[in-house]
Design a protein around this ligand. Structure first.
Ligand code: GLC
Length: 410
């Protein structure tokens, strides 16, 4: 069982599904959010993207409409990615949105819109910085090979800059529901950073890529953050938020992106939520501020499914240990069990051995259909298995494109 925080941060266990947004000047070259590093673009050249960043079609209300249609309830936004460009009006570097032709504080617009709808807003912040002269770039993971000419690597100075920026973020934008660190490659430990956040924003959750420990993982911040390749298992035993992007190659906008299928995404979401985790699903908006049609369509489809099955996650806990059937996951709430056929069933029945209690009803949440439940022995290849609960007549040929969830009421 996951232990809750027992304070204002517990909103995290109530809002299970969130939208991740990777947006910055890298949306102009439209290749990858790490284009500067991956294609070895010099700082001189890269900063020029700032001079043409002018997302005139950015409308935070539209992003939030879409997010809510998808069933998502919180937002995590990249305030500063590894390139060092800041999407808010910061006093601590000129490399920020106010010096672009757009000249408007994007974070302010977004946070105002979130506050109006009471949507928790979490701020992503990259520790690695390819722009700041004091960041100690030395060719480790996601760092420039070496400092650029004129840089003065200096960890205490860089940390002072970082703390000033985090204080700004935790002071000027109303309630902030979290700080989402990325790439503390230098493995710097400094407990005062998280302490400051907790003081300024007590409801803020902090992920495991920050400053409590050298490495990611339990004990660093509040929750773990597996990304892209999702862990297997029946249940998480530590607060976890998995993140994945709708685009296969990049988190930021990519012109020639490949896309995960809606079915794959829904299966992944169903699995992680059934294990008791949260899910942060990413989109990378275009340089004009809009979200591309492929993402909009997927999110709407995911939302239509999610809204039908979400009662199986909210307030429920993982209970997959009730069965030996490894093809399914189970969640439990009050007097109901929810059977998650996240892999896609191979037949019209699901066996729940060793469970043998008859439910009052078995309802397929995807379409409200009442299914048949039986407790009897079943034939397998070599022998009979003892009496077991079996749910029959699952419409496997009718519903093939989304994971099915069955509610058993006892
Ligand atoms: C990785 C990448 C980064 C992305 C992040 C999201 O750490 O370096 O580009 O923002 O994953 O989890």
């Amino acid at each position: 069982m996951i232990k809750k925080f027992g304070d204002k941060r517990d909103w995290f266990f109530e809002k299970r599904f969130g939208m991740f947004v990777h947006w910055g000047i890298y949306s102009i070259p439209a290749w990858h959010e790490q284009i500067m590093w991956r294609k070895n673009i010099s700082r001189d050249k890269y900063v020029k993207y700032m001079d043409s960043f002018n997302p005139l079609r950015f409308n935070p209300e539209k992003w939030l409409d879409l997010m809510q249609e998808a069933g998502m309830e919180y937002l995590c936004f990249t305030t500063k990615h590894h390139d060092g460009f800041c999407m808010w009006d910061t006093k601590y570097t000129d490399f920020n949105i106010m010096n672009s032709p757009y000249k408007k504080d994007i974070l302010k617009m977004l946070s105002d819109a979130c506050h109006k709808r009471k949507i928790p807003l979490v701020l992503y912040y990259s520790v690695v910085d390819w722009h700041h002269p004091n960041y100690p770039n030395q060719g480790r993971s996601h760092e420039l090979d070496k400092p650029e000419k004129g840089d003065r690597p200096d960890i205490p100075k860089y940390m002072e800059f970082l703390k000033n920026q985090i204080r700004e973020l935790c002071t000027n934008y109303g309630k902030i529901h979290g700080i989402w660190w990325d790439m503390n490659t230098m493995g710097h430990v400094d407990k005062s950073v998280h302490k400051m956040i907790r003081k300024l924003q007590p409801q803020a959750i902090i992920n495991d890529r920050g400053f409590d420990k050298v490495k990611r993982g339990p004990g660093n911040g509040d929750f773990c953050t597996p990304e892209r390749e999702m862990p297997e298992g029946m249940a998480f035993n530590y607060p976890t938020e998995a993140c994945q992007s709708l685009g296969v190659q990049s988190w930021g906008y990519r012109e020639e992106e490949d896309f995960f299928s809606d079915k794959f995404m829904m299966q992944s979401i169903d699995r992680i939520l059934s294990m008791g985790g949260n899910y942060l699903l990413n989109v990378g908006p275009k340089a004009d501020g809009t979200i591309q049609a492929e993402f909009r369509n997927s999110l709407r489809k995911i939302g239509r499914w999610f809204n039908k099955v979400k009662e199986s996650y909210y307030g429920a806990s993982p209970a997959s240990n009730l069965t030996d059937n490894k093809d399914i996951l189970i969640t439990e709430k009050e007097k109901s069990l929810y059977i998650h056929l996240y892999k896609g069933p191979v037949s019209s029945t699901v066996k729940l051995n060793p469970l043998k209690k008859m439910p009052r009803h078995a309802v397929l949440l995807n379409n409200g259909l009442h299914l048949e439940a039986k407790v009897d022995s079943a034939c397998t290849l070599w022998k009979n298995i003892d009496d077991t609960l079996r749910i029959r007549k699952i419409p496997v040929n009718r519903i093939q494109n989304e994971p099915m969830v069955i509610r058993l009421d006892f």
